[in-house]
Design a binder for this molecule. Structure first.
Ligand SMILES: *Cc1c(COP(=O)(O)O)cnc(C)c1O
Length: 389
């Protein structure tokens, strides 16, 4: 459950950070600044660029408000907003990796992140190595003199392995590497990545932060040791977001606390119930006591969000398709973190360094803000269809 962020409670920080009404004639929200050109008052200022705003790509009152809020939530030296969660992954990797460098990346990583590493990074001469998400301090054995970045994502995409982030960060720092984390599942409310040794915390703000299935956005928050280099790369790449998306991301952030608590509660109740249902082999949810990563989750996280997977009792495509086709409230579609419940089949064919020997097909569930009893009835329909398939 969200606790404190510094002296103030988390919900107060969410509502009052990046909040500067006196700068905007008293209006509580920042203006949505559509901007390329910024004028300078005289030739001397034009030559020195010595004023707060200098060009649309270099920040506006709208991006400042969101970035300030993210700085406070993450305890970061600097934050950036970018056009998608995937851009929030690729920009830090491009900022820190060069030809000849070695990248260690968790095998339970978000699929498009893997495609970027296997595609563009490999083509540019970066040596990409996948490690078991459960490796913990053992990662020190994989560190090489040229290991520049250790990339984490916890819980892992689709299979929800909890990583021992402090142990991994210690080993990575001992070898001189920068630690990045895709922290989208927990948000800064349930995991303050920088407090656990992560240098750069990444969010697909498309998910819980924007929260309404209508925006693509990413945020990147960096500590003092990595901020300058990250910011320089961001400027060189020109990956700035449009003002409306930035505004809607900030608007979503204001209500993140109450929404996430509802996702947490609904999802946990449904996960516990699914655990007892025929047709379900197991439930991959970090807050369930018998989940393998539960103890680590309990040690480090403040809560569990609304995304988890179930392992169907056997079956391949037939059972999975029967389950999905019987659902009436859950939509079949990618992404998560919005108000609506979603279900997709999980494929693990690309995994190289983590377990894939589950007893049946995996289905990933995003639990939305609907009434729990309706969602249970819908899932019961799916399970009945799967059992009979
Ligand atoms: C969705 C997702 C992303 C990418 O976000 P987009 O805004 O869709 O590009 C990154 N990481 C994780 C874990 C995600 O689930």
């Amino acid at each position: 459950m969200p606790g404190k962020h510094g002296k103030r409670g988390t919900n107060t920080v969410l509502t009052h950070s990046g909040y500067n009404p006196r700068d905007f004639y008293g209006f509580v929200n920042p203006p949505v600044v559509h901007a390329s050109t910024v004028l300078y008052p005289d030739a001397h200022t034009l030559a020195t660029r010595n004023q707060k705003y200098t060009y649309g790509t270099r920040g506006t009152p709208t991006t400042d408000a969101l970035n300030q809020a993210m700085n406070e939530l993450e305890g970061a030296a600097g934050s950036l907003v970018v056009p998608s969660g995937l851009a929030a992954v690729t920009i830090p990797l491009l900022a820190f990796l060069s030809s000849g460098d070695h990248l260690l990346i968790t095998d339970a990583v978000y699929g498009p992140t893997r495609q970027f590493c296997d595609g563009m990074l490999s083509r540019m001469g970066v040596e990409v190595e996948y490690y078991d998400p459960l490796i913990g301090a053992g990662i020190s054995k994989l560190m090489k003199p040229n290991t520049r970045v250790v990339f984490t994502e916890s819980p892992g995409s689709n299979t929800f392995e909890i990583q021992d982030i402090p142990a991994i960060a210690n080993a990575a720092h001992a070898g001189g590497a920068v630690v990045m984390m895709d922290n989208s599942w927990a948000t800064p409310l349930y995991f303050r990545a920088l407090d656990f040794g992560v240098d750069i915390s990444i969010h697909a703000a498309t998910k819980y932060i924007a929260g309404h299935s209508d925006i693509l956005a990413g945020t990147i928050s960096a500590n003092a040791a990595t901020w300058e280099r990250l910011e320089k790369a961001y400027q060189q790449l020109g990956c700035c977001s449009g003002p409306d998306d930035v505004y809607y991301t900030l608007r979503g952030l204001r209500t993140l606390g109450v929404r996430l608590e509802a996702h947490r509660k609904n999802a946990l109740e449904i996960a516990r119930w699914l655990h007892t249902q025929p047709g379900v082999d197991s439930v991959l949810h970090p807050a369930l006591e018998d989940f393998p990563g539960h103890a680590l989750w309990k040690r480090d996280f403040n809560g569990s969000s609304g995304l988890f997977s179930i392992v169907l009792d056997g079956g391949g495509k037939e059972k999975a398709h029967a389950f999905l086709d019987a659902l009436e409230i859950f939509g079949m579609g990618y992404s998560w973190g919005g108000y609506d419940s979603l279900a997709v089949r999980v494929y693990l064919e690309d995994r190289k360094a983590s377990r894939t020997d589950y007893a049946g097909t995996l289905i990933r569930l995003q639990i939305g803000l609907e009434d729990v009893e309706d969602l249970k009835a819908d899932l019961a329909r799916g399970l009945e269809a799967a059992v009979n398939a």
